[in-house]
Design a protein around this ligand. Sequence first.
Ligand code: GCU
Length: 327
Amino acid sequence: MKLKKFILSSLCVAMPVLLSTNAMAKVTLKLAHNLEQSHVVHQALAQMAKEVQEKSNGDLNIRIYPSGQMGGPRETIELIQNDALDMTKASASEMESFVKEFAVFSCPYLFDDEEHFKKVLFGPVGKEIADKTQNSGFNVIASYVAGTRSFYAKKPIHSPADMKGMKIRVVSTPTTNKLIELLNGSPAPIPFGEVYTALQQGVIDGAENNIPSYNQTRHSEVAKYYIEDQHTSVPDYLIVSSKTWNKLDDNQRKILQEAAKHSEEYQQKLWDEEVARSRAEAEKTGTTFIQVDKKPFRDALQPLYEDFAKDPNLAKIIESIKSQGNK
Ligand code: GCU
């Protein structure tokens, strides 16, 4: 009897202590992004969340809010800066308004090919750009390829002359706005999630994106011409709030960092297949893919390089990117 009482009373004291240490050790990070769940970046993030949970034995968890539930990248970056969110995904263009060096990725026809792009993104130049976010309250922990961006519209486009007066949705930045203007169009700053309706209602005449995003958002239903001018290669980034990062212990940081690295590899593996799949699906549902001579586009966009040349810092990055080319 005495023994039973002793065990019971010890449990009563010990249990809450154990429970509370456990409860304190468990961390759930909130990650919001604006892509569909079918997008390969979402799949890579979901895999990362699984790996983090498994490797931490459930002490570190990531809850993902996809499809723009918490707004677009501008809003989610601001939520991070206001300590209301731990992680998000943003494209280089969306990062440009927070850290100007990311603008180099909106430079048209900067990369010779995919190999050149990957060499830059995952090499020292990419790292140098990514490291610049630290004063803005967040760190880049993974970079994702996003193919090339091309125009798509309700009518065929064969050259910049055909774009005269067309309203084209862009991820609005000084660089992307000027890019559209140089091609005779007018830029429309519409959030990703509202592009479908804007196209459907004729508020805009076209937009620009890679083939998976064009197809998965069903923009292909309302803009049936995809023009393969491939003007830019704009990567996506996974970012984590610096405050959140600093709150994690060394082991949690290591687990998250490694899982983020694996998500980069996984996403690259899925990407090419997804482009082919999305292209076939869009074609099946009535998209006409138009091959164009890129030279008139390239020539018309040349003044953007002159703008970048005026900023010694950006000019230097552009030069080191070019020096890593294959041609
Ligand atoms: C791509 C990119 C996204 C971006 C979107 C857009 O899909 O992967 O990060 O938000 O384009 O045009 O808004």
